[in-house]
Design a protein. Structure first.
Length: 258
């Protein structure tokens, strides 16, 4: 049975009730995990209040600001985890960012700043968070991240995010190789397109969703709950033999050639 009781899980990337991380947090909670939640702080604290209200039914034991571009915030986050739990079993990395101007038009026009920002936030952050989590995962652990098919095939306009996801998927393999001897498993879920804050800001997302509904074997898109259930499985002892993998939760879209 899928049982995450006794497990302590830190979840990043919840922005609102459409976030994939929100679907994951709900399913981890339902399976019995104790949650810590991080949010991206902003000057006015608007985000903090919204995310705090959203997650309150899940009774998180920790609620912490963590901008992955800030080493101090990362250190303070894991210091708080160490003090509260003395260990960590599950780390959910569900964040990405590229400047809007980089996500349309010619890929060759990608700016140096735009490239560095996208890869710092979307790619390096997984390795940086794994680095901080490693000493807390003495009893083994599970790290999961979110990727997209645009990291291995060309999806129009995904552009620099595709390069970021390719790097993220390779980071999963290098981390899995290193952390395996400590019984820490590292995997990615490659989700099909879902309407979220990040994806809704993308021009043409509705056309892409319609294309998936016509083409994918299941003739529909996937939900945050389906991604959340897969995340709960990967974080559970049921997946004890799985590491370094990219698991597709995309209604089967990736197998199609036409
Ligand atoms: P979302 O906007 O709900 O989540 C993105 C999160 O990234 C937000 O919570 C935001 O606060 C966080 N974030 C951005 N910059 C940050 C920073 N500097 N520090 C800390 N957090 C930061 O959108 P989502 O679609 O749920 O995205 C979550 C993950 O899923 C991303 O990795 C995305 O690439 C991936 N993904 C999304 C889809 C989709 O169609 N929505 C498909 C496949 C994969
Ligand atoms: O990974 C993603 C979304 C990533 C994303 C989205 C935004 C929009 C708002 C990262 N940064 C930003 N920055 C913003 O300012 N997805 C898999 C969803 C997505 O994004 C696309 C897609 C799909 C699918 C962008 C272009 C083409 C397809």
């Amino acid at each position: 049975m899928l049982d995450l009781s006794q497990k302590k899980a830190l979840v990043t990337g919840i922005a609102n009730n459409r976030s994939i991380a929100w679907g994951i947090a709900q399913q981890l909670h339902q399976a019995g995990a104790e949650l810590g939640v991080t949010y991206l702080p902003d000057e006015r604290g608007k985000f903090e209040k919204k995310v705090r209200e959203l997650v309150s039914p899940l009774n998180p034991s920790l609620f912490l600001p963590c901008n992955v571009q800030d080493d101090t915030q990362i250190e303070e986050t894991f210091q708080a985890v160490a003090e509260k739990w003395g260990k960590l079993d599950i780390l959910v990395h569900s964040l990405a960012f590229a400047g809007k101007e980089e996500l349309s038009g010619d890929f060759s026009k990608t700016s140096r700043e735009g490239f560095n920002q996208a890869l710092e936030i979307s790619t390096y952050s997984l390795t940086r968070l794994a680095q901080a989590a490693k000493p807390l995962m003495n009893e083994g652990g599970s790290i999961i991240t979110m990727t997209y098919l645009g990291g291995e095939r060309v999806v129009p306009n995904y552009n620099v995010m595709g390069v970021a996801k390719a790097g993220l998927e390779m980071s999963v393999r290098y981390l899995a190789s290193e952390l395996g001897e400590q019984n820490i498993r590292v995997n990615a879920i490659s989700a099909g397109p879902i309407r979220t804050l990040a994806s809704s800001a993308v021009g043409g997302i509705l056309d892409m969703i319609r294309h998936v509904e016509e083409t994918a074997p299941l003739k529909r898109t996937v939900t945050q709950t389906e991604v959340g259930n897969t995340a709960a499985f990967l974080c559970s002892d049921l997946a004890s033999g799985i590491t370094g993998q990219i698991l597709y939760v995309d209604s089967g879209y990736n197998i199609m050639g036409m």
